[in-house]
Design a protein around this ligand. Structure first.
Ligand SMILES: *Cc1c(COP(=O)(O)O)cnc(C)c1O
Length: 456
């Protein structure tokens, strides 16, 4: 029934293929044209793989404009957006406070390669309100933050091996591109080409929520492990929520073995609360990495730790790490404006309640209709999983077949003006800009889409 969609149909042709209840496909002429061009310039037509719509119907939508919770594509289609640029836009698109601060700062120039007061301001906003880190360093992406955190852990412990968890994504650095997140799972790969064996050999991969495997790893490699890195809220391969008890176990294990615990909070930081997952679970890791929200939509990453650990970073210490555009004033301005909003009283309570209610009502609908579906949620993150399991605590619990249903839903949602990231392994985000009315509209579209997905 959906096979005809693989080629782009004209709206007329398309209507002829519709079955009952289906909506006509949105027009993607301009997007398709732009995509053809992009394919001449970029590998796969994109500058980051998951954007390519490989695992959903049609060609990628080229976005022209965003405002509040909405985006518009090159053909003028309007969508309520749940991708939020993959997480950064917790205030929604084109937030006036962020935009105005950026414009104000840009009047004075874009980059100096010398310190500015703006770096102090963003650091102060963060450090004064986060008891888990004492010092911070800004980078230009989450990947860079993680890469630097790994080097720092190795520099501090003078050991080489890193433990990571299957299904956790930490950016595209060599050492951690082993059994990582959605972009890789979606393409049916567990790793990337081009990673030296010697590098991969220093990475030990264990399943999430598997204490035995961790103990075995420490038995085998005791004295060689520099750090355990984990997404405390694993949200790059579905939403694989962990019990606090497991995270506490990991913390304890690191302490026992004198290795460092790195929380990769590039996605959960400033998202599930101002202090991220560390604050949510009240567990103190040794190093925390941030990105996404911290830059208000501009490229900023960061890593932080105690003053003692951060003293190992150059020029204070022997661990080198640098960046031509690190702490860039325009990016700092966006971060300052966004983080300031997050600190306002009740910000997270409102946002998180709104998300919880939204997730609950989708799940209630599924239960009433007897659909095999769960909505996992934490903070303002949610993930629609086509499963009947009550909990998904490791990536092996996610059945690849369940992605077929996501693919059908994704198309129906686009046709109803709802934009989700183009992979069933990706989580969705609610922003402060989503109003009750927007969410009601989105719910109706989701219900209709699910009716079609489960219609047999
Ligand atoms: C997005 C993400 C990264 C990578 O950040 P980039 O800015 O894309 O380099 C690393 N870790 C986690 C947990 C992420 O969600």
């Amino acid at each position: 029934m959906f096979d005809s969609i693989k080629k782009i149909l004209t709206p007329k042709e398309n209507e002829a293929t519709l079955s009952y209840g289906q909506k006509a496909d949105i027009v993607r002429e301009k997007s398709a044209e732009l995509y053809q061009k992009a394919k001449q310039y970029f590998p796969g037509g994109v500058n980051s793989p998951v954007r390519a719509f490989k695992s959903v119907y049609g060609t990628p939508l080229f976005i022209q404009k965003g405002d509040g919770c909405r985006i518009w594509d090159a053909d003028g289609n309007e969508f309520i957006d749940f991708c939020a640029s993959w997480g950064p836009l917790i205030l929604g698109h084109n937030n006036a406070k962020v935009r105005e601060k950026v414009i104000e700062v840009m009047q004075n120039g874009m980059s100096f390669g010398a310190p500015t007061a703006l770096e102090n301001q963003l650091a102060e906003l963060i450090l004064k309100n986060n008891k888990y880190i004492e010092k911070i360093r800004f980078t230009s992406s989450g990947t860079e933050a993680v890469m630097s955190a790994i080097r720092l852990a190795r520099g501090v412990t003078k050991r080489d091996k890193i433990i990571k968890f299957e299904g956790c994504y930490h950016g595209h650095l060599d050492a951690l591109l082993v059994k990582a997140g959605s972009g890789l799972v979606t393409f049916g790969e567990t790793s990337s080409a081009g990673i030296p064996k010697a590098v991969a050999d220093e990475t030990i991969v264990v399943a999430l929520n598997d204490k035995e495997a961790l103990l075995a790893a420490f038995e085998q490699f005791d004295g060689q492990i520099a750090a355990i890195i984990i997404e405390p809220v694993p949200a790059n391969n579905g939403l694989i929520l962990q019990e606090k008890e497991f995270l506490a176990f990991v913390r304890e294990l690191c302490t026992q073995h004198n290795c460092l615990l790195i929380f990769d909070e590039v996605i959960s930081g400033f998202r599930i609360g101002f202090e991220g997952a560390a604050g949510y679970y009240n567990i103190k890791p040794d190093i925390i990495t941030y990105g996404k929200i911290i830059g208000g939509g501009l490229p900023v990453g960061a890593y932080g730790a105690s003053a003692a650990i951060m003293a190992h970073i150059s020029p204070e210490g022997a661990v080198y790490q640098a960046g031509t555009l690190s702490g860039n004033p325009v990016a700092m301005a966006a971060g300052i404006a966004q983080v300031t909003e997050l600190l306002k009283f009740g910000f997270y309570k409102d946002l998180n309640n709104k998300t919880f209610e939204f997730a609950q009502s989708i799940e209630r609908y599924a239960v009433a209709k007897n659909y095999k579906l769960k909505v996992f949620t934490i903070g303002s993150i949610f993930w629609i999983a086509f499963t009947d399991k009550d909990a998904i605590s490791a990536s092996a619990d996610i059945l690849p077949e369940s992605m077929d249903k996501f693919k059908l839903m994704h198309r129906e949602l686009l046709n109803r003006g709802i934009y989700f990231g183009p992979s069933g392994y990706e989580v969705a985000f609610i922003s402060a800009a989503h109003t009750k009315v927007d969410l009601e509209k989105a719910k109706r579209a989701i219900f209709e889409s699910l009716d079609l997905v489960f219609k047999k």
